[in-house]
Design a protein around this ligand. Structure first.
Ligand SMILES: [Ca+2]
Ligand SMILES: [Ca+2]
Ligand SMILES: [Ca+2]
Length: 185
């Protein structure tokens, strides 16, 4: 039992070390896209984002902190127009602005710290959320259209990946260990 707890603790710690990742994308808002696109990022553990930049097919984009702190505890939003984002979503969390636009057919997006790639994802309009008011949320099995109009900027729906993967992995490992110890007993 001690061994199980030790391994589980180690696994949970490892999952907490996982760096910052993109968790949601609004690439084609309903109606005009101008000044209304955004990307949600998520971290499991406190992360300083001062040297982190956002990249897409057009290259690297510097992040300007508009609201909140560089020290992420969980969620932050990167938008191409902070004022219209705050107004449209009544948002009070951590907010960065960058100069970018997101293709309505799909592209690769990611986060970099200096030259190190921290996360890299690709979306496509085949994944959904193509102008119908929904966003794309990242889940354990890939992109999924949000079930909330306007998406879930700064919070999570049950299927979003960040919380899910660590817990699911822990339960899977627990199952394997219980099976192993029962066999030995
Ligand atoms: Ca777009
Ligand atoms: Ca649109
Ligand atoms: Ca979200």
């Amino acid at each position: 039992m001690k061994y199980i707890i030790a391994v589980l603790s180690l696994l949970l710690m490892t999952s907490c070390v996982a760096a910052i990742e993109i968790s949601e994308v609004m690439y084609n808002p309903e109606g005009t896209d101008t000044n209304r696109e955004w990307v949600e990022v998520y971290t499991h553990a406190e992360t300083n984002t001062e040297n982190i930049s956002f990249f897409d097919n057009e290259g690297n984009h510097h992040l300007t902190l508009i609201q909140g702190t560089y020290n992420l505890q969980n969620y932050a939003i990167i938008t191409n127009n902070a004022a219209s984002f705050i107004q449209e979503h009544n948002y009070s969390g951590i907010l960065f602005q960058a100069s970018f636009s997101l293709s309505n057919t799909g592209e690769s997006l990611g986060l970099k710290q200096n030259s190190e790639v921290l996360d890299n994802v690709t979306y496509s309009n085949n994944d959904g959320a193509n102008g119908n008011g929904m966003s794309l949320e990242r889940t354990a099995s890939g992109w999924q259209e949000s079930t909330t109009i306007g998406g879930t900027p700064g919070y999570s729906q049950a299927q979003e990946v960040p919380e899910f993967t660590g817990i699911a992995a822990a339960f899977a490992l627990l199952g394997v260990l219980v099976f192993f110890f029962k066999k030995r007993a």
